[in-house]
Write a new protein. Structure first.
Lengths: 120, 160
């Protein structure tokens, strides 16, 4: 179970429950800079058969001021084919939705820059 | 540098902008830019607490460790950045300075990684170079305070 500090810029409903330490550190960085953020506030249906959802995608963060969804992945860029495909689908189905994928390299850059404990 | 200086001088002709640098990485760039700027201008500095560093405030929120020495109300302010990446630091800086009612607020950055931007509403008006996703040292850029004083910019690659 990951520690969940008291966040100041978090503007979602209910306490966020992060799936891994990288998401937690990203949340801390956003909080540090006072950028309002939500955690997994929306699930996008990518494929459905009537009422039955066949495929969906829930980006990790939403930054309301930027109207930007942010997905954080620790997979290497070369191994994220499936995630990229989902993202492509999301952009096709929801062209007005602004979404960005932060790859492992991006998170490591953040970690290096901000001296995060996840820095490799 | 000359091109940046000329572009800024053109846009700010007849005015006396204040170049504001956030310590420390911008120092070398700011010094060179100042010397390449053929119009009267002032220099001022501030310093921000860094995330995860010893000087980080306990309240867990970015704040100024050193403020500007003079008022910028009504002045043309040009923030001088070493690099704009996610834009998080610059967003805080611009919002903080905007509260002080400057006449105008713009940003000049030596390096830019626009593809990693998380916040886009930033007044970046002048960019030296758009750079690939590499780590830079020298020319003010450091790794744990090392390599900052190298006279040129170097790409730091992990040992294979």
């Amino acid at each position: 179970m990951l520690e969940t500090p008291v966040f100041q810029a978090y503007c979602g409903e209910g306490p966020p429950r992060f799936a891994n330490p990288y998401e937690l550190e990203c949340a801390k960085v956003l909080d540090w800079y006072g950028v309002p953020w939500q955690y997994e506030p929306r699930t996008f249906v990518l494929e459905a058969d009537g009422d039955r959802v066949l495929e969906a995608f829930t980006p990790d963060f939403y930054l309301p001021e930027q109207d930007l969804y942010l997905e954080v992945t620790m997979m290497k860029q070369s191994l994220v084919t499936r995630k990229n495909r989902k993202l492509r689908k999301l952009r096709e189905r929801y062209p007005d939705v602004n979404v960005k994928l932060f790859y492992r390299r991006d998170v490591e850059r953040l970690a290096e820059r901000f001296k995060l404990p996840i820095a490799s | 540098m000359r091109e940046l200086g000329e572009a800024i001088a053109r846009d700010y002709e007849g005015r006396e902008p204040v170049l504001v640098g956030a310590l420390k990485a911008c120092v070398v760039f700011l010094a060179d830019l100042s010397r390449a700027l053929p119009i009267p201008h002032e220099l001022d500095f501030l310093e921000l607490a860094s995330y995860g560093k010893a000087n980080a405030p306990p309240e867990g929120r970015i704040r100024l460790l050193k403020d500007l020495d003079r008022s910028i109300a009504g002045r043309d302010v040009l923030v001088v950045e070493d690099i704009v990446d996610t834009g998080l630091t610059l967003r805080f800086l611009c919002r903080t300075l905007a509260l002080r009612a400057p006449g105008s607020l713009g940003v000049v950055t030596l390096l830019d990684r626009p593809y990693r931007r998380l916040v886009d509403d930033l007044p970046v008006r002048y960019t030296g170079f758009v750079v690939p996703d590499e780590l830079f040292v020298g020319y003010g850029f450091d790794v744990d305070e090392r390599c900052r004083a190298l006279p040129d910019l170097h790409v730091l690659r992990p040992a294979v």
